[in-house]
Design a protein. Structure first.
Length: 264
């Protein structure tokens, strides 16, 4: 009798162990499991240990961590008819596992495809200057659009970053010429403003020197002192006594010319 009972209990025990092994499930803190019972959505389980009914229940595991999508380069024609290649990175996470499974067939593929089309649509409405200078605003606009589109799917877009904007070589040369012309323009404006300020200061100095003649003489002496610092220069100046010397020399020349006339 005991031999017969042991022959019955052993298969039953194996079946029970098999059922328990299929019923007991465990997921991590960053994971959830969507349960379908006989084809209908039963609920979301996790994290930790939970039980399901084998054969009757079907479990689909969902990762709740942030996922980064590398959007490949997209050829975009801007509003001012310039062709550029743009690539970006989109960050998203699942906030409603049930909707991510029931509302869209493959939420990862759908989000990636939607990111590409939204990137092209937004870039096509921008001019090249806006595309190069207002990246933060463009990132925010793309994020808001993606978040609106993916909200029914239980997806939250946390960030969008435009990684690179590739321009044609002809456009790079044109931008370089434009930047060079802009720098030359600013340089000429600064030079003209400096000349204007210098002329104004020289006018004020001339007015001052006109009223005080001694000041210009002091300025001359200061300039000579600065020149004299160079040891290899010889500076010849006109002094105040030169007028007296000129008069004396002229008087002597006249006297020497008159003396031969007297002798005649």
């Amino acid at each position: 009798m005991s031999t017969f009972a042991s022959q019955i209990y052993l298969p039953v025990l194996l079946v029970v162990i098999l059922i328990l092994s299929q019923s007991i499930k465990m997921v991590n803190e960053y994971e959830r499991v969507v349960i379908f019972r006989l084809g209908r959505l039963s609920g979301v389980k996790g994290p930790g240990i939970f039980l399901i009914i084998p054969i009757v229940d079907r479990a689909i595991k969902i990762d709740l961590r942030i996922v980064a999508i590398d959007v490949p380069k997209q050829a975009v024609i801007t509003k001012d008819n310039v062709t550029v290649e743009v690539d970006a990175v989109v960050y998203y996470k699942v906030v409603e596992p049930g909707a991510a499974i029931t509302q869209v067939e493959n939420y990862m593929f759908a989000t990636s495809t939607l990111s590409q089309t939204t990137l092209r649509d937004v870039m096509g409405q921008m001019e090249l200057d806006e595309l190069l200078s207002e990246r933060e605003q463009i990132n925010k606009q793309i994020q808001e659009l993606l978040d609106t589109y993916t909200d029914p799917w239980g997806i939250k877009v946390t960030g969008v970053t435009i990684r690179d904007v590739a321009l044609p070589d002809t456009m790079k040369r044109a931008i370089a010429k434009q930047a060079e012309a802009e720098r030359e323009k600013r340089a000429r404006i600064i030079l003209a403003e400096g000349e204007s300020q210098a002329a104004q200061k020289m006018k004020e100095a001339a007015t001052f020197y006109e009223g005080v003649p001694t000041a210009i003489k002091l300025r001359e002496l200061q300039t000579l002192a600065e020149i004299a610092r160079e040891k290899n220069l010889i500076v010849v100046t006109q002094s105040q006594s030169l007028e007296t010397g000129n008069i004396a020399a002229l008087s002597q020349a006249i006297a020497e010319r008159k003396e031969p006339e007297r002798q005649k």
